[in-house]
Ligand binder design. Structure first.
Ligand SMILES: Cc1ncc(COP(=O)(O)O)c(C=O)c1O
Length: 411
């Protein structure tokens, strides 16, 4: 993988911020977009902009072909059995809410158990809180191991015959933990439970194969994987999606509309009410093409090397606490940490003044902050365009910030 060449594909990275070359270390929040994705969006609006599935005119046909072609591309990317199992949504949050509304709220009942973990992003937590309130189901948490991983023996004990629904993140956006989804899916299915996977932080970085994982639902966002904002995917097994009644009604998703009743289109369109996110889907297809040029295995390898380097360099900083597992194979490409005497927001501000973009805060994981016993953390997250030099600049920046605040405190 030629790293310099990769950076050149991302025009935004070739700029100065606050007088310094930009070092972008916030890809877990949103990734940057390569020229080919920007060009695909421009091409759509310049040359084939039209609504899909409606017109018989040439542009309408071209837009429909491009939109449905994008679905086919996603199908292959995640190895779904058929493109009908790929539903386009606004993103991971929308996908998880769709499952909560149309599956959990419909099919769970009082006394059933929904099982999640304390490392979930709010988007994979609040929908289940609400589903539990609505149905009388009980929301339970699988305890985390001290290093922020899931112990399969504990998972096995936590899944009981009352467990009807399990929803787990594939990769934690705070700890970086890669969860053993395939094994958890096996355990869930042994007890007759459905498993939903939040793949917001895995689909961009690891090979995700829904048939191999044998998950029932899987959600991810285009904007975290070099694609545009406003597009995401919900994968679901056909038999489950067939059973579910849609919750967004209107144009595009109907078959027949009478005065008092209506029928829906077949999958996947019954869940895509209204004009779909046409440009977004086309941009996502271009992003998949871009990532596949390198291959998800290569991207993972590159990030593993960066993480190893970053862990080595960062752990030399006195007073730093790094969260999450220490085993590289259990970690994805992000590092969350705190530095003694420096609030993470102050650290992010000082780094920003040096052109280095990191994230500070609770990362939409307040229950996990509670588990870590902190109110906020700093997070540096990497993608295929990052280099060891970016990490060197981060480490220098942290040292400068630390010195600055320690001088302010002790002088
Ligand atoms: C693990 C995880 N789940 C869900 C989400 C929500 O994704 P989106 O805001 O694209 O819907 C995020 C976003 O940061 C995330 O990291």
């Amino acid at each position: 993988m030629n790293l310099n060449e990769i950076k050149d594909y991302f025009p935004i990275l070739n700029q100065h911020v606050n007088g310094h070359p930009l070092v972008y270390l916030d890809s877990s929040a949103t990734s940057q977009k390569p020229k080919s994705v920007i060009a695909a969006l421009e091409d759509y609006y310049k040359n084939i902009n039209s609504n899909v599935h409606r017109g018989v005119h040439t542009l309408g046909t071209k837009a429909t072909d491009a939109y449905e072609g994008a679905r086919e591309k996603v199908k292959t990317f995640i190895n779904a059995k058929e493109s009908a199992e790929v539903i386009f949504t606004r993103g991971t949050t929308a996908s998880l809410n769709l499952v909560a509304q149309c599956y959990a709220r419909e099919f769970l009942k009082e006394g059933d158990e929904i099982l999640i973990t304390q490392m979930e992003h709010h988007s994979n937590l609040i929908p289940w809180q609400q589903a539990a309130k609505k149905t009388g189901a009980v929301l339970r948490y699988i305890p985390l191991s001290p290093d922020g991983t899931l112990d399969l023996q504990i998972v096995e004990k936590a899944i009981t015959t009352n467990t009807k629904f399990v929803s787990i993140t594939h990769v934690s956006n705070v700890l970086g933990t890669i969860n053993p989804i395939k094994k958890i899916a096996e355990l869930a299915h042994q007890r007759g439970a459905i498993i939903c996977v939040d793949a917001a932080q895995s689909a961009p970085h690891l090979k995700v194969d829904v048939q191999d994982l044998d998950c029932d639902f899987l959600a991810f966002s285009g904007h975290k994987m070099a694609g545009p904002t406003g597009i995401g995917v919900l994968y679901g097994k056909r038999n489950l999606l067939e059973e579910m009644i849609p919750y967004e009604y209107g144009g595009e998703m109907i078959d027949f509309v009478g005065l008092y009743d209506s029928t829906w289109k077949e999958l996947p369109w019954k869940f895509e009410g209204g004009t779909p996110i046409i440009a977004g889907a086309i941009g996502l297809a271009a992003a998949i093409d871009f990532l596949e040029q390198y291959g998800l295995d290569q991207i993972r390898l590159h990030e593993e090397n960066l993480i190893k380097y970053a862990l080595d360099q960062l752990s030399n900083i006195e007073g730093i606490s790094i969260y999450g597992p220490s085993q590289l194979e259990q970690r994805s490409g992000l590092i969350t940490f705190n530095v003694d005497n420096v609030h993470p927001h102050d650290l992010a501000t000082v780094l920003d003044s040096q052109g280095i973009a990191i994230r500070a805060g609770h990362h939409c994981c307040q229950p996990l902050m509670k588990w870590l016993n902190v109110s906020a953390t700093a997070r540096a997250s990497f993608y295929l365009y990052n280099t060891e030099k970016d990490i060197d600049l981060l480490v220098d920046g942290i040292k400068t910030a630390k010195q600055y605040f320690e001088n302010a405190i002790f002088n």
